[in-house]
Ligand binder design. Sequence first.
Ligand SMILES: [Zn+2]
Length: 205
Amino acid sequence: MKIDSVAVGFLQTNCYLLCDETALVCALIDPGAESVRIKRMIDDSGCALRYILLTHGHFDHTYAIDALLRQYPDVPVYIHRADASDSHGNKLKFARLSDHNQRYYADGDTLALGNLTVTVLETPGHSAGSVCLLCENALFSGDTLFRMSCGRTDFPDGDAAQMLRSLARLGRLIGEYRILPGHEAESLLSFERMNNPYMKQALAL
Ligand SMILES: [Zn+2]
């Protein structure tokens, strides 16, 4: 397993490329902007793009999808149904793609990526359809868990109480994980359990 990343757009969203270097396949997580840089990251990996996976539907995590689908027209794009919109009306939700590309995932779903398995954890709070993605020792935490912080919950479908339940769920995962958040620097779950004030509050409830 190899993980590459680029920080894209004016909000510097972390876009990750999860690669199985033996099977030479990869999954792209949260392509928020700058499709040319993202495509270069995919090309440089030498892996074939199998999936686009979204931690949630906000535009700063999804904006480059239309441009990428022109390059990769057959790649499925997964999102939780609660963060997908059937219209372009709600700018905080992800506008539905054609049936050819649109897929939905929910808690406990797994996706095979070569010899790797990606597991979906529903972690609402930042948005109703926020998920985290687990693969071996990597936890792609979207805008749920940040290093020493968590995502904001003041959007219309955000929920601070749900956020605490989601942070507690992550904190109670057994073992150590590399935390790969939607913004800013990566971390370790053990560090967050000890030092993140929001996670500490959540784990004390
Ligand atoms: Zn967001």
